[in-house]
Each structure stands twice: as C-alpha cells, then as structure tokens.
Design a protein around this ligand. Structure first.
Ligand code: CIR
Length: 396
C-alpha cells in the first residue's frame, strides 16, 4: 500500500494540502437539533408520523426554496438510525416529471454543489481486459487506455487537480473509483462494495483520502451493509440510493448516517432495468440517470428507467426537471464546474444530439467510452469529484 502511495506521487499526482472539516452547520432549527442529536428511532417514538410528515411538508414544499439542512426529518424504520426513509423504498406510482427544455432559462441557479477542485481517478490495469466484472465483449486495451487518458485530460480542462492512482493489477475493476467512496461536503464515506472481488479496493482509497487529501473519512461499521458509489445519486440537495444487487438497505442507512444534513431516499433500482439490460445484474442507479445541471436530471427514455424516475420524483423532497435521452446508458454524464462531459456522437449519436440541443448552455465535452461500457462502466464511474473547502481554522 505504501509502495502504491509512493508510486502515485511519482506519477505526478497533485496532492492537496490543508485539512477539510465537516461543513459548518450554519443553521439549526429546534426540530433539526432533535433530529441530529437524538436517534431517529427515538424521534419516531416521540412524535406521531403525521406530525413528522406535516413538519416535513412545511419545511420542504416542492418547488419552494430548500429548507436549511437538518430541518428535514422523516420517521425512519426501527432498523435505521438516520434521517433516511430506508424502511420504505420508493414504490410504483405516478408522479409528474417536467422536461427541461433549456434549464438555463429557469432563473438563478445554485451551482455551488457542482463546483469541484479535485478528482481521484485510477489507471487501467492490464487485468481489466480479461477479468473485469461483467465483461460483455473483448476489450481493446490500448483503445481503453487512450479513452481513459482523454477522460483525465477533460477533467483537467474542467479545472480539476487530478489525483491519478496507479493501476492495481489485483483489482481489475479499480478504474471504477466511484464505487469505493462518496465525498460530499468535505467528508468522505468509504463504501462497502457489494461485489466480493471489489471489497479490498477501499484499502488504498482510505489511504489517499486520509493522508493525501486529508479528508475526514467515515467507515461503515454495519457488517451487513453493502454500498456501491454508483448507486448514490446526489442532486446537490438530497441523496437517492439505488437498492440493487450491489447496494442494500443497510448501505443506504450508512449513507444517511454519514451525511445527516441531507435527506436520503432509497429507491428500488434493480428489477426491470437489470433483468432487461444486463446479464450480470451489476448495473447501478446512476448508470441510467445523473445530474446534468442544478436540479436537472438526465435520464434514459426506456420504460423501466422512466419508472425508476417516477419513483424518485414521487419521493423527492425537491422539485427537479429532466432531460430525457434515447440511449439510457448515455444518460450517465459528469457535470462539474459548468462543464458537461457526455458520451460522444460516435458512441451515441442520437443522445449527443439531445445534449447539443438542450444543454449547450454548459460547455459540452464529448467522450468515447466504449471500452468501459463493456464492463458496465460509465462516465461517472471513473472519478470521484471533490471540493476541498477552506481550512476551518483559517476562516474562524
Ligand atoms: C463492476 O461490475 O463493478 C464493474 N465492472 C463496473 C462498475 C461500474 N461502476 C459504476 O457504475 N459506478
């Protein structure tokens, strides 16, 4: 591990200095205080559900300005000790979804949650070609490396300091760093990858997050929890967690506990999408939908994906617009610092057209990614985006 850390430095990684602290909670209402301090189970025992729901509606009406963090509290199930609806994942149901024609015309937008300073990526090991999970065709390794280099170059053009980890031959899927850590508000949560072959990928990531980026790192203690970062959709205001073959309810609860300042809603994301489109059941929630602007979700048009979107919209605490693309795999985009990195016209011509038409108010960057899709990988999978906030001591 130490050897890999030294290697990483040697290949020119940019290691940011200065400590990050948890976001300062600048406002806490009385109910918010209770929600943070008392275990959720205790809260739900104290207050009737109707009161909790009423409070929730009062503080977070859809379409209204977001309530300050911590005002959000839903009655959690007995198994979950966090502000999380993990006991009742979003089910089937109708919900209104508004298409975004031109998101930039919707008034002032808050970009702050989509501004980043750093990205962590990992180089591609040779073992990827033969041993990556869920391979659906022969990988052209030199082509894959070229595509990855372009991807990293794009992240740099977006203005990010890119920390490039050396390839780990023992972990053929190590290039998909997104799955092993979730970084939000200056705090990192190390995940518990749902596939046994990927569990040890967290070892090196822990080292980098703690010692190079100097981020506070939260570990999941529940031994039954599984959580892949690819199942975690952060909208800038709340989390949705796909319950999939890789992520379970205990994993969703762990996320909710790690980031109590945000509402967290588990969404059953597995069934139809996976059965229809993958052999190996390794698809994540974010494969078929990601943020493509503040409050705008980019989503595939297939019925099963639209069904998942409906559940999200129905359960959401905030209102979102959508951009629908014909190729559901190409709905996975990286939105950062006013740039939108999306699948190229060579990979998905129809979807690329939609981006040109509807999202050209962002700086569009297109990316060939065919060799990663062969292992169920998509654009967000290959990086962890981080915003290093100012040192707390410096601003106090
Ligand atoms: C796996 O099955 O774990 C990898 N072959 C693909 C991981 C893709 N990651 C992601 O969607 N976040």
């Amino acid at each position: 591990m130490q050897r890999r850390a030294r290697e990483a430095q040697a290949i020119g990684m940019v290691a940011a200095r200065g400590r990050s602290r948890r976001k300062i909670l600048w406002w806490l209402g009385p109910l918010g205080d209770y929600c943070r301090v008392l275990p959720g189970v205790f809260i739900s025992a104290l207050l009737p559900t109707s009161l909790l729901m009423a409070t929730q509606q009062q503080t977070n009406p859809k379409g209204a300005a977001p309530a300050p963090p911590s005002q959000v509290c839903t009655a959690p199930p007995a198994t979950c000790n966090a502000s999380c609806k993990a006991g009742r994942p979003g089910g089937e149901g109708e919900a209104a979804v508004e298409p975004a024609q031109h998101a930039s015309t919707q008034g002032p937008v808050d970009m702050s949650n989509f501004r980043y300073t750093h990205a962590i990526v990992c180089r591609l090991p040779d073992s990827y070609k033969s041993s990556a999970l869920g391979l659906s065709g022969p990988v052209d390794l030199p082509k894959a490396r070229k595509q990855h280099e372009m991807y990293v170059a794009s992240l740099r053009e977006i203005g990010l300091d890119v920390i490039e980890l050396p390839a780990d031959e023992k972990h053929p899927d190590c290039v998909f760093v997104e799955d092993v850590a979730i970084v939000c508000n200056g705090t990192a949560l190390l995940t518990k990858p749902g596939h046994p072959d990927r569990k040890n990928e967290v070892v090196y990531m822990r080292e980098i997050l703690k010692n190079e980026l100097e981020l506070p790192v939260i570990e999941i203690t529940d031994k039954n929890a599984t959580l892949d970062g690819g199942d975690v959709l952060f909208t800038g205001k709340e989390f949705f967690v796909g319950l999939s073959s890789r992520t379970n309810q205990a994993g969703a609860c762990a996320l909710a506990s790690a980031f109590p300042e945000f509402h967290c809603t588990p969404i059953k994301a597995s069934l139809s999408v996976m059965l229809l489109y993958t052999v190996e059941n390794s698809l994540h929630l974010k494969t078929a939908m990601t943020m493509c602007g503040p409050d705008v979700i980019c989503v595939g048009s297939t019925p099963s994906v639209q069904n998942i979107l409906k559940r999200i919209v129905k359960e959401a605490m905030f209102k979102y617009q959508t951009v629908t693309v014909p190729d559901w795999v190409a709905a996975n985009v990286v939105f950062a610092n006013g740039f939108l990195l999306h699948r190229s016209a060579e990979d998905y011509p129809e979807t690329a057209k939609v981006f040109e038409e509807k999202l050209s108010h962002w700086t569009l960057k297109s990316q060939d990614f065919s060799e990663f899709e062969k292992a169920n990988g998509s654009l967000t999978c290959c990086s962890i985006l981080i915003r290093k906030t100012r040192h707390l001591k410096n601003i106090m």
